[in-house]
Ligand binder design. Structure first.
Ligand SMILES: Cc1ncc(COP(=O)(O)O)c(C=O)c1O
Length: 319
């Protein structure tokens, strides 16, 4: 009988002691586990429920010319989200405001995108019971970013309406700012396939809901309307209501249909990442004459003016 063939087993790879990270990071400062660190050092465990299950809430506030814009409203929304998700942190509102200030001051940025995050974390015993998880807080400041670039802000964005439906409010409360973005990302790919620059997706009744990181407004006969149902109550959206009240324009939150948005006189989107941003084309339809409208321009100017006013903004304490 022939002897059995011996087959050499492939050698197992070595287990390294430390991770070698070759990615690039934006210039910024992060706070986590009681330390301030460069962005490249901000790491969470792959076992964190925030990563594994999107079990997290967050908020983003921006800094413009060395001042936070409407920080109190962002903190209200962040603490409201944590309460509804039954998350607890060892930091109160003042602690978090001061951590955010420190991240910006240490980064040196005069204009910044500042994010505060609370994840479910994980339990020390790896229990599957979320009540046993140690919730985790992370905050960071990186350079200011915008949904629309300079050229798009001047000529207006080209948006496509995707048939993707935003996750229903009965599944995930949209007032809790969250990372359930698979619908929004699918919408974005649909929009790219249609030759557009960004997307709007629908609510469960087929009306317009919101887009990846923004709310939307239509202007018709001098009045403004924005979707009421199934959307994040954006702070920039709220700011548009406040500005309209100040200058005597009517603004209401109601259902907005696809036909209505295409027949609007003006359309714009709103986000902390960019402010008020004009839309001049939806699918194949030019909005009115295809140029940025006068109400949009007026609101954009007023929005940025408010960034220097102490009633609307808070100065960063730099060293
Ligand atoms: C889904 C969604 N809608 C709307 C917005 C706009 O909200 P805000 O004006 O508070 O930035 C965001 C912001 O990230 C968002 O993620």
């Amino acid at each position: 009988m022939a002897p059995p063939m011996t087959q050499a087993l492939p050698a197992l790879p070595a287990v390294d002691e430390h991770h070698v990270n070759r990615r690039r990071y934006p210039d910024g400062v992060v706070f986590m586990d009681g330390q301030y660190l460069p962005m490249s050092e901000a790491k969470i465990s792959v076992l964190d429920w925030g990563f594994l299950h999107s079990d997290a809430t967050y908020d983003t506030v921006h800094v413009w010319n060395g001042r936070f814009f409407r920080l109190d409203l962002h903190l209200d929304r962040f603490f409201g989200g944590m309460e509804r998700l039954r998350m607890k942190l060892p930091y109160d509102r003042e602690n978090i405001a001061s951590i955010l200030n420190n991240c910006v001051a240490l980064s040196g940025h005069r204009s910044a995108y500042v994010e505060m995050i609370c994840t479910r974390g994980s339990s020390p015993t790896f229990s599957r019971d979320p009540r046993q998880a140690e919730n985790r807080f992370i905050a960071f400041a990186v350079p200011f970013g915008s949904v629309a670039n300079k050229e798009q802000l001047e000529r207006g964005l080209h948006v496509a309406i995707s048939e993707t439906v935003r996750i229903p409010p009965k599944s995930v409360d949209p007032a809790i700012k969250n990372y359930h973005w698979l619908d929004l990302v699918k919408g974005l790919f649909d929009a790219y396939d249609m030759g557009a620059e960004t997307a709007l997706i629908l609510d469960t009744n087929g009306h317009i809901a919101e887009g990846p990181g923004f709310n939307v407004f239509v202007v018709k006969d001098g009045s403004l309307r924005t979707p009421a149902f199934g959307v994040l109550p954006g702070i920039t959206r709220r700011t548009v209501f406040d500005l309209c009240a100040e200058i005597g324009l009517s603004a209401t939150a109601v259902d907005v249909s696809c036909a209505e948005i295409k027949a609007a006189d003006e359309v714009f989107i709103t986000s902390t990442a960019g402010g008020i941003m004009p839309v001049t084309r939806i699918d194949d339809t030019a909005i009115a004459n295809g140029l940025v409208g006068s109400i949009t321009r007026r609101l954009m100017d007023l929005y940025w003016q408010k960034h220097d006013e102490p009633a609307w903004s808070t100065a960063i304490v730099y060293p």
